[in-house]
Design a protein around this ligand. Structure first.
Ligand code: FMN
Length: 205
């Protein structure tokens, strides 16, 4: 048995992306991982709700991949959630389309790992900041997982970014092959910690 994964991707300035571009290359290369690039599909913000709901129905694990923008996701991803997670589909009486699916965020942040602590510059972990996604998933009966996070985005060199991208590919593969249990996933603050190749990047600003 293996899981099918849908990566819902949002980057408003993909042509300037250093990190998400390499992460997306990894996702695109994997079997049984579908990628939906929202800014490419819907540059005018007119989302095909029925088509997006069908994609969600067809996959077991939903990954929201985006750069961290003002401690959240870019606008089109929020619009996608607002429109696609409809009552009767995602929640409310009789709605069970998303029940039991797993949802996680894969994001890149300009800020370094240490700045994302209660005591640090940003005053909270990325996981804590993503609480609205956690609650949304939970309300819809999904199983919400900690995020995969690339830190110190502005300072990373090309080979360091590639290392993170490889980790992301590794993580998607582990999830696809059901090698990571819900319990394991929920035992960490960031999913990066579950990978054998993980080493925290504390550099950068
Ligand atoms: C509008 C905007 C808002 C941003 N907000 C944050 C933020 O809240 N926290 C953070 O760590 N980085 C923030 N950044 C930095 C981006 O997250 C960073 O440039 C991005 O993750 C790099 O990924 P990329 O190479 O794929 O573009 C922001 C950048 C922009 C343009």
């Amino acid at each position: 048995m293996s899981n099918s994964i849908l990566v819902v991707f949002a980057h408003p300035a993909f042509e300037r992306s250093r990190i998400n571009r390499l992460m997306l290359d990894q996702a695109t290369a994997l079997d049984n991982v579908a990628v939906c690039d929202l800014y490419e599909l819907y540059p005018d913000f007119y989302i095909d709700v029925a088509a997006e709901q069908q994609k969600l129905r067809e996959h077991d694990i939903i990954v929201l991949q985006h750069p961290l923008y003002w401690y959240s996701c870019p606008a089109l991803m929020k619009e996608w959630i607002d429109l696609v997670f409809e009552p009767g589909f995602a929640y409310g009486p009789g709605a069970d389309a998303l029940k039991g699916k797993w949802l996680l965020t894969a994001t890149s942040a300009g800020g370094k790992l240490e700045s994302y602590t209660r005591e640090g510059h940003n005053g909270a972990t990325v996981q804590e900041l993503l609480l609205p996604f956690n609650r949304t998933a939970t309300l819809c009966g999904m199983r919400y997982l900690p995020p995969f996070v690339v830190h110190s985005g502005h300072k990373l060199k090309r080979d360091e970014i590639q290392e993170y991208a490889d980790q992301y590919g590794e993580l998607l593969t582990e999830f696809r092959e059901e090698h990571i249990s819900l319990k394991q996933a929920n035992s960490v603050v960031e999913l990066n910690e579950l990978l054998p190749s993980f080493h925290p990047n504390n550099g950068g600003g």
